[in-house]
Design a protein around this ligand. Structure first.
Ligand code: M6R
Length: 611
């Protein structure tokens, strides 16, 4: 949450910062601002609302070779111009952009007010700017002023400072919120996400917690909090800038839904992960020894939101394919319970961003108790990817829409591979392994066939778009899909929806069903089909309007359901990769029908980096 960007070099920083902020806007879009140094003075322009509002008020010809920018997801202080970043210290000598929360800001603010410092915002961030200003006033050089400030603040931060008297210098600091430095030729970039800089340079340095970086156009130096120099590796990232364009689609979300055949193919194809002749998967990143596969007795998977739904499917796959007891947990809930960490349990943390605070903090808690945590992560080099004991990159590519779609299917596919690998190491036969590998290979084409029905889903979306609330039901691997379908509708269309187990609905929620209630039911071939069809009868008997998503051609379904979305057949374990697509499209088209801002739903940010 909150995106920050900085530039120092010889080009005009303003368009670079604005373009970077465009790519970071998914992290928050309550307000935006930039600051730069013009003729020895700080020039700060900031505005409530989407980036377009800031763009509209940028002074013509504003130019500077050093600057910082911010796009906000409000935590402390309402959404208005004054609370937008950059925040400026008294005297106008230092400005700062911040992602995170300063826990002790209130005490510090009171102290500063007692010393006659006048505050102009309600943010926790302003405390940082005011402290740095005090230290600069007292004669500290910028680096010392920043260091002294950091000693006083407690909390999480990604910070970038800018100084009126030191054009050509920015200073970054990280504790709990990501910061990545982009190393160019005679220019440097800094941002909370490589997305914002990948267009300018593929060379990056990921800062770790407790590190600061002093950046000039030609050089950077990283230090820890005790001011000891830390040698950092310059890494080369593989994303191409085009990955983050809309490629002619109206929204990122639609583009990402349609990219899924390719992103899922990357999840199983990248680095030759499928080994057809042995009917297994190769996942070197897990760093597991042969005997680990036998010693592991249980699997626990932590995640939040959509990633949690992928985790639920992951647990299902680990049990049904690999026959290892497995369960998924909402990461924040596990942390609340002071997790019991066992040696024979293998933990997985699932996250698109690799930065979600709830998941990250739980990962750290498990590791601090000696547990081994594998990451199932999309963003390469993200904090979780770096702090895990091993893992699998899901290779979905940059996901820009707040609503997660392609990362979800790539996470599910990664668990198919993990389950296959464990199963083959334990007791799945070669022929069963080969058959699963063959079915996996068919998926991209099957996904394309589902996507070809987008217009039909759009027709159904129009028909139901005025409904006040929806139920989504499924069993087995379709239960998390029901939850995911409902989450998509809530978050982008703001329509109340509930996803639940088709078995559990009759234990209370069925009381909600009447002739106005659309009930989306996922019914796929396999062990759960008959009971799911039975459940459909029960909903219909109470006049619910059933929308079926199914891969069987069953006359009972066509009789009961008011609308049927047919998806191609695959084995039940792989069916979530197909059945989720119509639900993503249904939410998308309902949101479009209701004129929502699909890529930037209200109150949300893509990466929730606060607990
Ligand atoms: O980056 P992560 O996968 O860790 O994010 C977890 C959730 O915040 C995320 O999946 C959220 O639920 C999505 N907006 C849902 O579309």
């Amino acid at each position: 949450m909150c995106g920050i960007v900085g530039y120092v070099g010889s080009r005009n920083a303003v368009p670079i910062l604005m373009e970077g902020l465009k790519r970071l806007e998914y992290r928050g879009y309550d307000s935006a601002g930039i600051g730069c140094v013009v003729r020895g003075k700080l020039k700060v322009v900031k505005k409530e609302g989407h980036l377009a509002n800031l763009e509209a008020i940028l002074p013509e010809g504003l130019s500077s070779t050093t600057g910082i920018g911010h796009t906000r997801w409000a935590t402390h202080g309402g959404v208005n111009d004054a609370n937008a970043h950059p925040q400026i210290g008294a005297g106008g000598k230092v400005a700062v952009v911040h992602n995170g929360i300063i826990d002790n800001y209130d005490a510090l603010k009171k102290r500063l007010i007692a010393e006659d410092v006048a505050f102009t915002s309600d943010t926790d961030t302003e405390v940082i700017a005011q402290l740095a200003a005090k230290f600069l006033d007292a004669g500290d050089d910028p680096e010392t002023a920043v260091r002294q400030t950091l000693e006083l603040i407690h909390g999480t931060y990604g910070l970038v400072f800018l100084f009126a008297d030191h054009p050509g210098l920015i200073i970054g600091a990280r504790n709990g919120s990501p910061l990545v430095l982009g190393v160019g030729e005679g220019e440097m970039f800094i941002a909370s996400d490589a997305n914002a800089i990948v267009r300018h340079t593929p060379k990056v340095v990921y800062l770790d917690d407790g590190e600061t970086v002093v950046v000039t156009a030609d050089d950077f130096s990283t230090k820890d909090l005790r001011a000891a120099v830390v040698d950092k590796r310059v890494e080369t990232i593989e994303w191409v800038a085009a990955d983050t364009d809309k490629n002619g689609y109206q929204d990122y979300m639609l583009k990402e839904i349609f990219e899924q055949p390719e992103s899922v193919a990357r999840a199983f194809g990248e680095g030759g992960r499928l080994v057809p002749e042995f009917g297994t998967a190769k996942l070197g990143g897990l760093n597991l020894e042969r005997r680990d596969f036998f010693d592991i007795r249980r699997v626990q998977i932590i995640a939040m939101g959509t990633a949690y739904h992928a985790a639920m499917i992951g647990a299902h796959l680990m049990e049904t394919i690999a026959r290892i007891p497995a369960r998924a947990e909402i990461a924040s809930e596990l942390r609340c319970r002071n997790p019991i960490v066992e040696k024979e349990t293998l933990y997985f943390a699932v996250s698109q961003s690799g930065e979600t605070a709830d998941t990250l903090m739980t990962l750290r808690e498990i590791r601090s108790k000696g547990g081994r945590v594998m990451g199932v992560i999309n963003v390469v080099g993200s904090t979780m990817a770096r702090e895990s004991d091993g893992g699998v990159y899901v290779h979905a590519g940059p996901e820009m829409a707040v609503a997660s779609t392609k990362a979800f299917t790539s996470q599910v596919m990664s668990f198919v591979l993990i389950a296959l690998l464990f199963a083959r190491m334990r007791d799945l036969s070669l022929s069963d392994g080969k058959s699963l590998v063959a079915d996996i290979g068919l998926l991209p084409d099957l996904m394309r066939r589902v996507l070809a029905q987008a217009e039909e889903v759009r027709r159904i979306a129009r028909k139901y778009s005025s409904a006040a609330s929806f139920l989504y039901l499924g069993r087995g691997p379709s239960y998390p899909i029901a939850m995911e379908g409902a989450l998509k509708l809530k978050e982008i269309a703001y329509v109340f929806s509930e996803g639940m187990s088709a078995g559990d609905v009759k234990h209370g929620p069925i009381a909600l069903v009447n002739e106005e209630m659309p009930v989306v039911m996922v019914a796929v071939k396999g062990d759960n089909l008959e009971k799911t069809i039975g459940g459909m009868e029960e909903i219909r008997a109470r006049k619910g309007r059933v929308i079926a998503v199914t891969n069987v051609d069953d006359p009972r379904i066509t009789r009961i359901a008011e609308d049927v979305i047919q998806v191609p057949e695959t084995r039940e374990a792989l069916s979530p990769l197909l059945t989720v697509i119509p639900l993503q499209l249904l939410a998308y088209y309902i949101a479009v029908e209701l004129k929502r801002n699909v890529d930037r739903p209200r109150n949300l940010a893509k990466s929730v980096t606060v607990e």
